[in-house]
Ligand binder design. Structure first.
Ligand code: NDP
Length: 237
């Protein structure tokens, strides 16, 4: 039977590449994104359904999960939507702090929670969250991003135990730097003069043209996601 993957943030980068990758493997794809009306490429593909979803809109999460599960069995949920903030914590606004936590952490938790009854009823299902190398190590000026990705790692570890006994797998994929819109979109929060020199050195290390041009393409991550979706292994170690 044809399997189905549900993806958040499928409008670009890893999310979009993974929607195409699974489509090519013969899966049904439910590709969610904030502005599906702007999408032109995925709309051309058979068995790819576009649904609107802003993962910080918790009411919309409920209605989209209800709609997706009414279409048939969902086998894999990919929590992909996310972004980073780069800059000194001292220069961030309360709104920036809340937005990155709402997107990368609360959106993941709430979407996953809404899907659990569907997976429990089916006695199977795979939750995959795109964490990051930044969920395992820490760099300066990424503290908000690390806060969300490290939290995702601990949350996944616990949930893998909790849901594993029901036949549900819970795992993360931890990409290294990948050539997507992530870097360009990473919100550079206002710098504070006290950090200027350190921040300039940091930007050269992470965001110079030479570094950006040498990054892995998102399809490399899609292959790892496909393995995680199909290997039958829970996170437990
Ligand atoms: P992109 O910027 O290309 O993609 C990010 C996606 O997230 C976009 O589709 C964007 O949608 C979506 N998004 C952001 N906020 C929301 C929201 N509130 N609701 C729904 N969708 C939202 O970057 P990547 O493909 O690189 O990022 C995908 C994931 O990979 C993220 O979780 C990121 O943290 C992770 N990652 C990326 C790495 C990298 O180096 N690129 C390395 C490690 C992890 P929209 O088009 O509407 O803005």
């Amino acid at each position: 039977m044809t399997k189905t993957i549900f993806i958040t943030g499928a409008s670009s980068g890893i999310g979009k590449a993974t929607a195409k990758f699974f489509h090519e493997k013969g899966w049904n794809v439910i590709a969610t994104m904030r502005n599906p009306e702007k999408e032109t490429e995925l709309t051309q593909l058979k068995n790819v359904t576009l649904l609107p979803l802003d993962v910080t809109d918790f009411e919309q999460i409920r209605s989209v999960v209800a709609e997706a599960t009414s279409l048939g069995k969902v086998d894999v949920v990919l929590n992909n939507a996310g972004y980073g903030t780069v800059g000194a914590l001292e220069g961030t606004t309360d709104q920036q702090i809340e937005q990155v936590i709402n997107t990368n952490l609360l959106g993941v938790i709430k979407l996953t929670k809404e899907f659990i009854p569907h997976f429990r009823k089916n006695k199977e299902g795979v939750f995959i969250t795109i964490s990051s190398i930044g969920g395992l190590v820490a760099y300066p000026f990424f503290s908000l991003y690390h806060a969300t990705k490290w939290a995702i790692e601990g949350w996944t570890e616990s949930l893998a135990f909790e849901l594993g006994q029901l036949g549900i797998q819970v795992k993360t994929v931890q990409p290294g730097p990948t050539k997507t819109d992530f870097v360009g979109r990473s919100l550079v929060v206002p710098e504070h003069p006290a950090y200027d020199e350190f921040f300039e050195g940091f930007k050269k290390m992470f965001f110079s043209d030479e570094v950006i041009n040498g990054l892995e393409p998102p399809e490399t991550v899609s292959e790892v996601i496909y393995e995680a979706a199909t290997d039958g292994k829970n996170r437990l170690r």
